[in-house]
Design a protein around this ligand. Structure first.
Ligand code: HEM
Length: 351
């Protein structure tokens, strides 16, 4: 029966040729390592976010008087609502963590170099989009935590010279975080960001397909063996995806408090600021930078300069050598960068 359906489609649009060209006949280097599966893990996490997000939308109400009640209803009343909500919240964190791993691994393996500059640049925009998805989603439960963390996060934009305060008002749609903010963050989170994700991921994959996946740095010519993507590398990808999904469920079942601390269980109260309000872990380095540098303007300027430098890196670092140990200047600089990022994140957490 299935064969008949496939034959019928094949007779019209040559579906077997598409499968052959993109899966079973798509050749990739035989010696790809674990880090090359991070992209597939990101695709899997995105898929989980789309499915759980759509399910949450069935009951969620984007109104300041109803939002908190609706997520509480999902958690306590809707069958398996608690599971869907926890998976969505935890997978968002794992997605961001894997974005960092994917970015660092392609950075250290020099995969951003010619001819893969566009993969890197589209990746940088995807990274920013991942952060926007997390920021916009965080407000939606309208809890004390989400309300105040969003107030703090949107406030940092006021550090922009001249237009800072106007910019904060524009992002919030009002003086303070209120219904106008919830409405626009909701539209961003459920429509704008997912559509941009679809378009940009398609572009990212298209670029990868056109140049082919790189061989790990240091591969000698005589070792350059290729294998079909399906089944060889696809099975490797699947193994790593299982590992990360297992990790996700460890958090979902055993550490739910990590994402739902007490302030996440109280409705937003604009008249009571809880003590120690902090942004999520992935914004701590930015937050700490702004705190440590006395001039707000300089703090924002440095961060924008670092982001722009990273985006343009393939156009700056044009040498063809990809093996990290043969690029001592790059390696020192990159390790110091990662250490500074980790130190700022830890300081942000403990100070
Ligand atoms: C939604 C987010 C993303 C998805 C779904 C995604 C997906 C993928 C996939 C499936 C691959 C091919 C296999 C692999 O090397 O892992 C890949 C490669 C690549 N990605 Fe991403 N990626 C994302 C974000 C990023 C980010 C944030 C960066 C860096 C700024 C980036 C840079 C690259 C580069 C340079 C390659 C080429 C690797 C090579 O051929 O060696 N990607 N990505």
């Amino acid at each position: 029966m299935l064969k008949k359906i496939i034959d019928w489609i094949d007779e019209r649009v040559k579906i077997r040729e598409v499968i052959e060209n993109n899966l079973t006949g798509y050749m990739v280097p035989a010696n790809l390592n674990f880090w090359y599966s991070m992209g597939a893990v990101l695709l899997a996490m995105l898929f989980i976010q789309f499915v759980t997000g759509i399910l949450l939308l069935i009951y969620y109400v984007p109104h300041v008087d109803k939002a908190f009640g609706s997520v509480t209803y999902i958690t306590n009343e809707v069958p398996f609502g608690w599971l869907i909500r926890r998976v969505h919240a935890m997978a968002a964190n794992i997605f961001i963590a894997v974005l960092f791993l994917h970015m660092f691994s392609t950075l250290f393996m020099g995969s951003y170099k010619k001819p893969r500059e566009l993969q890197w640049m589209s990746g940088c925009v995807l990274f920013a989009l991942g952060l926007l998805a997390a920021l916009s989603g965080y407000l939606l439960p309208w809890s004390q935590l989400s309300y105040w963390a969003t107030t703090v996060a949107t406030n940092t934009v006021s550090a922009f010279p001249f237009i800072g305060n106007e910019l904060v008002r524009w992002i919030r749609g009002a003086e303070r975080v209120e219904q106008a903010t919830l409405g626009r963050f909701f539209a961003l989170h459920v429509i704008v960001v997912p559509l941009l994700f679809l378009g940009l991921v398609a572009a990212h994959l298209f670029f990868i397909r056109r140049t082919g996946i790189s061989s790990p740095p240091g591969t000698r010519k005589e070792e350059l063996k290729k294998v079909p993507f399906v089944p060889h590398f696809a099975l490797e990808d699947l193994k790593v995806i299982y590992f990360f999904v297992g990790f996700l469920f460890i958090f979902v079942f055993f550490y739910p408090r990590l994402y739902f601390p007490p302030d996440a269980l109280k409705p937003a109260d604009p008249f009571f600021t809880p003590p120690h309000i902090k942004p999520e872990w992935y914004f701590l380095a930015n937050y700490e930078t702004l705190k440590l540098i006395p001039s707000k303007f300089l703090g924002v300027f440095i961060q924008l300069a670092v982001a722009l430098f990273l985006f343009l890196l393939p156009l700056v670092d044009t040498g063809s050598e990809r093996y990290p140990l043969k690029r001592p200047f790059f390696l020192t600089f990159a390790i110091l960068g990662v250490l500074a990022f980790l130190a700022l994140t830890i300081l942000g957490e403990i100070l």
